[in-house]
Each structure stands twice: as C-alpha cells, then as structure tokens.
Design a binder for this molecule. Structure first.
Ligand code: ATP
Length: 413
C-alpha cells in the first residue's frame, strides 16, 4: 500500500489505520447458492446492471510530487455492475480506487457517488466499503467480533448484531468458526471474514483492491466464482482492482484497461478481448501475433496492410485509415487455422514450415515460420483424444496458415 498525504493532513497509511472504517461503515455479505434464500440481506436488490450511475470520475488527476499516478481519467460505473480496473503494476488502479474510497483526494477533477459530489468527504462518510489484499482483521478478536465490529461501533442492538453476524458468516461459508481468531484461519477463510465484515452494513458500493492476491491459484479461482456469484446475489456495485487479466475477464461485467495513469479502453470482457482498440490492450489481454506494416488500401470492409517484405494481410480497423498509415496487424493464435499444403493457397493463406509443436493438454501450440524473419503462433484445440504423436503436427512439416480477416485487427495506435 502506498503512503501519501491528503487534504486532511493524514498520511494514507494513517487513514487506513485510523479508519478501519472500511470497518466502521456499511457491510453486507456474500453468499452462494441456497444460503441466499435464507437471509434478509438486500439480496437481489439489483441483480441486473441498471442504467443509473453509481460512481463517476470526471477528468480526475492524481499527482504525487512529480508522479502523475492518474492522468485525466473520466469514467462512469453503473449501479449493480461488477467493474474491474485492470492494468500493469503502477498504472494508477489503486490510486483511482483510493480516491473513490476517500483515502486520497484528487489533485484535479471530481468524484461523484450516486450523483453526489464527494469533494473532501472523508472515507467513513462515503457510502462505500473497501476490502484490501491484506485483510486487516483485528488479530485479538474472534471471527464473530471482527464481523460485528462495524455494527458494534454504530451501537446496533445486540440481538440484531447476533442475527446479522450469523447470516453473514453463513453467506461466506464460515458458520462454526465464529470463535476462532484470524491466526487460526487459512488465507481464504481470512479473506471471507474481511468480505463479511465489509458487506454486513450493506454498502452501496464495495471497493476491492486485489482482494484475492494473497491466495494460492486454486483457491483464488474458487473465490473468483464465489465473489461473482455473491455480487450477483446482493446486487451491490463492485469495483475490483486487479492486474490479472484472466481474473478480470472471468468476473467483470465491464473492464477499464489502464496504462500509465490513463484509461485506454472500457468494455465488456468480449469487447476487450475480441476488439482491443490499441496495441497495448491487445498485448496485455491474452496472447496475440503482431505484425507491423503500412496501410495499402481497402478490400470491402477490410483494411489491407503490407509488411516491409511485401506480405499482405487483411483485417478489421476501428476507423478508416489512409494509405501509408503505420499499423499493427493483430491476430490471436487460436484464430489462425493451420492446413496441410494442398494445391493452390486459399484466400488469406500463407505457406510456412512448422518449427515447434508444444502439446499442453487442452491444446497444442505450434510456431510456424513464414519467412526468414517472421513466425506466427497457432493454437489448435485438442478436440480428439489420441496418444498417437503422428496425429499432431511435426516440426519441419510444410503447412499453410490461414488468417481469417474477420478475426484479425488492424491497429493504428
Ligand atoms: P500496483 O498494481 O502495483 O498496486 P497500481 O496500478 O495500483 O499498481 P498505483 O498504486 O495507483 O498503481 O500507483 C500509480 C503510480 O503512483 C506509481 O508510479 C506509484 O509509484 C505512484 N504512487 C502511488 N501512491 C503514491 C504515494 N503515496 N506517493 C508517491 N507515489 C505514489
């Protein structure tokens, strides 16, 4: 976690410590499956994403000294949406989240939550809760006491606290562990306590900063599905920070891809993966073949580019591009087809030689050389079960790659 100073004169670190107010504030809980039907939380309150805006960032800038952490970001997050901020380390995701939470104040621009300008509203007066990667549980308190903490602070009647804690723990599948201390729990269980604590007071928005980062791969995948299911049940807006593209694709309704403090693209997982709007997004999300060239014309609704050695490719461009524009052609390895050479080359086909063949279980990854300076990666799904190695492509074999233009993009940035 970064430490900085805000307009209240507190360091960020201090604010976190002074206001486990993530804790003091609203909370709700998560459930899976049948448990949700037994609870009195606002389950299903807005199971669908609505058109109303939960959070808006208007031309927000955040500077730390000379570092521009967030660079003129404008963004609207809808009510009930599972929205992810995705990008490499240092791109400004956490700073954006911390400004929404109120732990940092924007250097310029404004943040609105449900239409209300936040200004310098401190974290504990914002209708949001935050769940951090470091669960920040109170070590000396039991699970139940940790979850109850926010309600205790608000002097909620004892009987109600008991009922809500019970519900919350059922929802995160921790019933029976009420009396344990955090150190007696696994990482996944501690994370569930943090979620229960963050959700029990019914926040309008839950902010999650790499909440699954400390979990091992298997647990992380389980928790991803659980969190997603929970979010759909309780209908709260989730803003989720991650640098893991697969995690963002799995969980999100929409994703904002960030780099160097800017938002490069906002879209659904399919839009981001299938129609990246620039080279950075295409590269950051999934894997792809890139080929540099210049535009040499159009063919119907395709843009045609030519490489320095004279190869031509067709693909979809996001906007009309004049001839000679330098561009990058991008095609995902699973979209390229590999055929045996058989007479004439098909449209969008290129002759090549298989260089390497890597069997990885679900698919086989093949690298094909198409000339002395260029290779193309092709992934073939292993749809048939066979142990016969001769059934797979062999290094040295002649092959034809086909790059369907509807599956290829011509990127100009
Ligand atoms: P990560 O995934 O590594 O957490 P991030 O995308 O969340 O990265 P931020 O934490 O928002 O990125 O940081 C953005 C930039 O701002 C980085 O260059 C970082 O070093 C800088 N930064 C963040 N907080 C502070 C601070 N309190 N003081 C000085 N610089 C900071």
């Amino acid at each position: 976690m970064q430490t900085g100073h805000d307009a209240f004169g507190f360091s960020s670190q201090q604010l976190d410590e002074e206001l486990p107010g993530n804790i003091i504030l609203p909370i709700t809980v998560i459930s899976v499956g049948q448990l949700a039907s037994q609870i009195s939380l606002p389950v299903g309150r807005s199971m669908q994403v609505s058109d109303s805006i939960a959070i808006e960032l208007r031309d927000v800038v955040k500077q730390f000294g000379d570092v521009v952490a967030v660079d003129h970001v404008s963004l609207q997050i809808r009510d009930g949406e599972f929205f992810s901020l995705l990008g490499p380390s240092g791109c400004g995701k956490t700073s954006s989240l911390r400004m929404i939470a109120g732990f940092e104040l924007p250097t310029a621009g404004s943040i609105l939550i449900h239409g209300r300008e936040m200004g310098i509203t401190p974290p504990h007066l914002r209708p949001v809760n935050t769940v951090f990667q470091s669960y920040a549980l109170f070590p000396h308190m039991t699970v139940a006491q940790n979850v109850a903490f926010g309600l205790e602070m608000r002097k909620t009647p004892k009987a109600e606290i008991g009922r809500r804690v019970k519900e919350a723990l059922e929802l995160v599948r921790l019933s029976g562990l009420e009396d344990r201390r955090p150190r007696q729990l696994s990482g996944g269980q501690q994370q569930r306590v943090a979620l229960a604590r963050a959700l029990i007071n019914h926040p309008e928005v839950l902010l999650l900063d790499e909440p699954l980062g400390a979990l091992d791969q298997k647990l992380r995948k389980e928790m991803q599905l659980e969190l997603k299911s929970l979010q759909a049940r309780v209908g709260i807006t989730f803003v989720f920070v991650t640098h893991d593209q697969e995690e963002a694709l799995t969980m999100s309704d929409r994703i904002a891809v960030m780099n160097k403090g800017k938002i490069l693209q906002v879209g659904t997982p399919t839009e981001i993966y299938e129609r990246p709007n620039c080279r950075f997004v295409a590269d950051f999300i999934g894997e792809t073949n890139f080929i540099d060239g210049v535009v040499v014309g159009r063919d119907g609704h395709y843009t045609v580019l030519e490489t320095p050695e004279g190869l031509r490719f067709r693909g979809l461009a996001t906007r009309p591009l004049p001839d000679h524009t330098p561009v990058t052609y991008s095609i995902r390895p699973e979209k390229v087809r590999l055929l045996s050479p058989d007479g004439e080359l098909p449209a969008d086909g290129l002759a090549g030689t298989v260089m390497t063949v890597n069997y990885i279980g679900s698919d086989t990854r093949i690298t094909v050389r198409i000339n002395d300076r260029r290779t193309i990666d092709v992934w073939e799904q292993n749809t048939r079960s066979t142990l016969d190695r001769n059934e797979y492509w062999q290094p040295g074999e002649a092959a034809v790659i086909v790059c369907p233009p509807d599956n290829a993009l011509v990127l100009s940035e």
